[in-house]
Design a protein around this ligand. Structure first.
Ligand SMILES: Cc1ncc(COP(=O)(O)O)c(C=O)c1O
Length: 368
């Protein structure tokens, strides 16, 4: 079987986990502090706060930005539930925005039409690692005093106009789940410059408790703690940070592998009549997945499965999920894409021979 995605792990991750097991400090501790410092440096940000999932990162980024009951957050429908649920957790309402078919990112025209007095934030998703039109999103947001909270779960290492996603803008949220470009096993991070917001996020991730973070970073637990605000048990563990620290050292290799495989797919698939490839600049984008729009998608998926190739549909749009579909919204491009999207295998350890087999199998399907 060729999976659609998988983590690329080695002896460095095992060594780091072994080391941390020997210290006996498995929870949040010095390795989380170390991982945050690496992220801060990479993104040139004042703050990088690590949490246990990307979903948690988005939740506390929204909550610390003051998003709450009665507020509207503009977000694409074509995204993982982990983008949407945090909006609900804050008591706010997701307002689903359509996408462009070239890259499956937010449609700027539709976004402008969705703005109301209740809009408090825009939550763009950099689909597949390809940056959204951040200049325009930030300009719209500045004009109306909105917060921009980027779901950068797919975009670790991608660049927008020579700047790393996460290195500019209000707040960016990353995921380090098992199949992301770099993984912590499970994990996430919020990166930002705003001191006040960062202070809230730091407390919120550990049950609203003050001071505990610093003590834990130094492998001490303070029993005299103060709960100062509403908070969650979202902090990252040393075990997850140990994996992340090993993975981030390999990032450049992962990036090149992913770009090379995506370039190979582009070259091989761009000329096929029944397939539409997405727009991406593979010099500046680190592709998280390789999604194409394909005719006879379901039959193709089934055919590839018989060949031992696993594919994915990223994602079932949220506006048609049972929880949301009572309130019908028209998202023609999202609906069009949903019927055609198929993600084919992409991960750093996928060999070119395996990628060639995937391409050959797709060609075989359409020749039949
Ligand atoms: C676009 C997007 N947003 C958010 C998330 C949530 O991240 P996590 O799984 O780390 O909670 C994911 C995870 O797959 C994702 O793909």
């Amino acid at each position: 079987m060729i999976p659609v995605a998988r983590p690329t792990l080695g002896k460095e991750e095992i060594k780091n986990i072994e080391k941390i097991c020997k210290t006996g400090w498995l929870g949040m501790g010095s390795l989380v502090f170390e991982f945050e410092n690496v992220l801060k440096k990479m993104f040139g940000r004042k703050h990088a706060i690590c949490v246990n999932t990307g979903t948690a990162a988005i939740h506390i980024a929204l909550a610390a930005s003051g998003i709450g009951r009665g507020d509207e957050v503009i977000v694409p429908s074509l995204t993982f539930a982990g983008t949407i649920q945090p909006i609900l957790s804050c008591g706010a309402r997701p307002v689903f925005c359509d996408i462009e078919l070239e890259d499956l990112n937010l449609s700027m025209d539709h976004l402008k039409r969705l703005l109301t007095k209740k809009t408090k934030a825009i939550l763009p998703v950099h689909y597949g690692g390809v940056p959204c039109n951040m200049d325009l999103i930030l300009r719209i947001a500045r004009k109306d005093g909105l917060r921009v909270i980027e779901d950068a779960a797919h975009a670790f290492g991608s660049e927008y106009k020579n700047r790393l996603i996460g290195s500019f803008g209000d707040i960016a949220c990353f995921s380090f789940d098992p199949i992301k470009t770099i993984s912590c096993g499970e994990g996430g991070a919020v990166v930002l410059d705003d001191d006040e917001c960062a202070q809230k996020i730091t407390k919120m991730r550990i049950l609203g408790i003050d001071k505990d973070t610093w003590n834990r970073y130094h492998q001490k637990r303070s029993w005299l703690y103060e709960v100062q605000m509403e908070g969650y048990r979202y902090h990252m563990s040393n075990i997850n940070a140990a994996i992340g620290l090993a993975q981030i050292k390999k990032f450049k290799v992962f990036k090149k592998r992913r770009q090379d495989i995506a370039k190979f797919y582009d070259k091989e698939l761009s000329r096929l009549k029944h397939i539409r490839i997405l727009r991406h600049d593979l010099e500046s984008t680190v592709p998280f997945n390789y999604t194409i729009l394909a005719d006879k998608r379901d039959l193709l998926m089934h055919f590839l499965k018989t060949k031992g190739i696993v594919t994915a549909i990223n994602y079932i749009p949220n506006h048609i999920q049972p929880f949301f579909r009572r309130k019908r919204v028209a998202l023609p491009n999202t609906d069009f894409a949903y019927n055609r999207i198929i993600g084919i295998p992409l991960y750093s350890s996928l060999s070119i021979n395996e990628a060639r087999f995937v391409v050959g199998s797709i060609k075989e399907f359409y020749k039949r």
